[in-house]
Design a protein around this ligand. Sequence first.
Ligand SMILES: Nc1ncnc2c1ncn2[C@@H]1O[C@H](COP(=O)(O)OP(=O)(O)OP(=O)(O)O)[C@@H](O)[C@H]1O
Ligand SMILES: [Mg+2]
Length: 313
Amino acid sequence: MDQLWTEKYRPKKLEDVINQKHIVERLKAWVKAKTLPNMLFAGPPGVGKTTVALCLAYELFGEYWKENFQETNASDERGIDVVRGRIKEFAQIKPLGSDFKIIFLDESDALTPEAQQALRRTMERFSGVCRFILSCNYSSRLIEPIQSRTAVFRFKELADEHVAEYMNRIVKGEEIKVSENGVKTIAEVSKGDLRLATNVLQATAVSGKEVSKESVYDVVSKARPEDIKDMLSFALNGKFVDARKKLYDMLIKQGLSGEDIIKEIHSQVFDLDVTEEKKLKLLEHIGEFEFRLNQGGSPEIQIEALLAQFLKK
Ligand SMILES: Nc1ncnc2c1ncn2[C@@H]1O[C@H](COP(=O)(O)OP(=O)(O)OP(=O)(O)O)[C@@H](O)[C@H]1O
Ligand SMILES: [Mg+2]
């Protein structure tokens, strides 16, 4: 698979983060002091939460950032015990060239209130050697004791002009041909989500056409039924690698959203050549994964997990 532009163009320095100046300024002061508070990063998808956390790790830890930074997704690990286990394991190894490590917990608002209580105790237990950055879409879904013990950073939504600024970095870097309204259309369809915007741009460019209003709309169109049919039949026949490739093609090359794909899967379950009982089970799973996606779960992870259910006898 070609390199993903969402990774290739992810800023490495706080300086290069777009339109979150209020946050960047506050964080630079912490970097200078070589320490951090526990923090809560709240905001819509694709506006820079993970990026800023990574920049902090690069700037604080330099060459040792990998040793001192752990990213865990609260919703893709099964339950808080796994999360705690991972955190504990990581926290027990001494930081390298620093007094502390950073634990970045994505989608922390997906944790149940009980799991959040457990997380709070874990945070306290390791407060000496670890700083926690909890990332979420809605800070109101976090229990009060966590909100009150973290410095809250609210990430702003990005406007069309910010999307355009970022798209232009990539357009220059990749020497892509764009027509006047191409970038504008990407800004419209991505609604301030830079991950989505980047995936759409890459998908359009991969198609070989000039990036224009028409070619962008071609790319963001709905999931094609035959692609979904192929993907499901791969999964049902135990060809997980092929199913996964199909999924990634749709997410990356076609720039489809997880929701688009799940919707089309849902409408095809009825026609599958499996028992009625299995269909019912699958429908249940689809409902569950659609909910997780709506809660901000990552589409790659959630749909792969859903495909795994198709694989089961
Ligand atoms: N403010 C920003 N400045 C520069 N690039 C950004 C910014 N926000 C997002 N991006 C780009 O968009 C992609 C996704 O960004 P990131 O992972 O930081 O999003 P996020 O806010 O953590 O989203 P989510 O809530 O879905 O986890 C990356 O490729 C990143 O480079
Ligand atoms: Mg993130």
